[in-house]
Write a protein that binds this ligand. Structure first.
Ligand code: ZN
Length: 371
């Protein structure tokens, strides 16, 4: 085992970051051949203030997981790139080639020059970063216990704590929430609940004959009661037989950063057909109370970044619109070009992945009582 000493560069970088008053984070990323999907997501993550600070302050060094097979090279290159975007002395575009080599090592599907799906890339990237800075070095065995005597809330909390015993990192602190699915048997009425962690939510696009489609319309479609019948019939624990059931999602634990993926592509494939429906989403005060499992909660979110996809499934292009966390203004990131934009231009039918942050006044019962 080797220990690295990173103490002195930390302080220099932080000092530089706090003293330099010129606009930062306004640096473009060179396109390395159809890498706009990657650049778009990297700019959204670079403007995620807590993740940015985690990199700028080199906190990731103390979290590096010694068990990690890839020697934490992905996190290292991601942090270096973020540092370059925020401390570069000029605004010349940066090449993300060292970072790309590491993501390709981690996820070989990103080798080559094919256009890729930005949301899929985000999933791989967050997963890779999480694995390298997971605070858990020895994952305990999962014990299968009977939770039926617990209330839904207790069960959800229990499941969440079990999850944290295996997966616990800055990335989890920021991005992971918990989804509750309730299954009700249409024959005997027995209701069972399942809790699953989520890194983002893939939201179907609501269709309307008239009027505008709002983000809430799409979220309502996502959480609408669904009937599982025919081949999909689950086994009811009380009937001990496969029964027609209804299923419904609600959000049990709201994450700090809520990533909403608008399902514009059929079968989640970038080469499938694309829905270019304009969806009206709020930049401020997205109140998700009605989607919460618990009636007492009031989660409110503010938008800070959008990954956009323009064009069709045969030829498309990704850009990002991000609100600079230091300046509080919106900027458009189109590979190497960065330009200021008005907040009124943020909504478009190209919006594909939305990044929302929990408003400071909102708090989650989980964050308050974390073990
Ligand atoms: Zn039943």
């Amino acid at each position: 085992m080797h220990l690295l000493n990173f103490s002195s560069p930390n302080k220099c970088l932080l000092f530089f970051f706090e003293q330099n008053k010129s606009p930062q984070g306004l640096v473009g990323l060179k396109n390395l051949g159809n890498t706009c999907f990657m650049n778009s997501i990297l700019q959204c993550l670079s403007n995620t203030s807590e993740l940015r600070d985690y990199c700028l302050r080199n906190i990731h060094h103390s979290d590096l997981n010694n068990n990690c097979k890839t020697n934490a090279a992905l996190m290292e290159e991601f942090a270096k790139l973020t540092q370059n975007l925020w401390t570069s002395e000029n605004n010349d575009a940066i090449s993300p080639s060292d970072f790309r080599s590491q993501i390709q090592r981690y996820a070989p599907k990103f080798v080559g020059c094919n256009q890729q799906d930005a949301q899929e890339f985000l999933r791989f990237l967050l997963d890779g970063l999480h694995n390298e800075v997971n605070r858990v070095t020895i994952r305990p065995k999962v014990s299968v216990e009977d939770f039926d005597h617990l209330s839904d809330d207790e069960k959800g909390r229990w499941m969440w704590n079990m999850y944290l015993q295996r997966e616990d990192s800055k990335v989890v602190d920021l991005f992971v929430g918990q989804l509750k699915s309730s299954l009700t048997c249409t024959v005997c009425g027995f209701r069972s609940t399942v809790f699953d962690p989520f890194w983002d939510l893939s939201i179907p696009i609501a269709q309307k004959n008239s009027g505008e489609v709002s983000l809430k319309d799409c979220l309502r479609l996502f959480t609408k009661e669904d009937v599982l019948d025919g081949e999909e019939r689950p086994t009811c624990n009380r009937c001990k037989a496969r029964r027609k059931c209804t299923k419904r999602f609600s959000i049990q634990k709201f994450p700090q950063i809520l990533v909403l993926h608008l399902k514009r592509f059929s079968d989640s494939n970038i080469r499938g057909s694309k829905l270019s429906t304009y969806i009206n989403f709020p930049l401020k005060d997205l109140d998700l109370r009605e989607f919460s499992s618990e009636s007492g909660e009031r989660p409110v979110y503010n938008l800070y970044a959008v990954s956009n996809h323009s064009g069709n499934t045969l030829g498309g292009h990704y850009t990002a619109y991000c609100k600079n966390p230091t300046l509080g203004e919106w900027y458009s990131y189109n590979d190497s070009r960065v330009s200021p934009m008005s907040s009124s231009q943020v909504r478009s039918s190209n919006a594909y992945v939305l990044f929302y942050e929990l408003a400071p006044s909102s708090h989650s019962k989980y964050q308050m009582c974390r073990l």
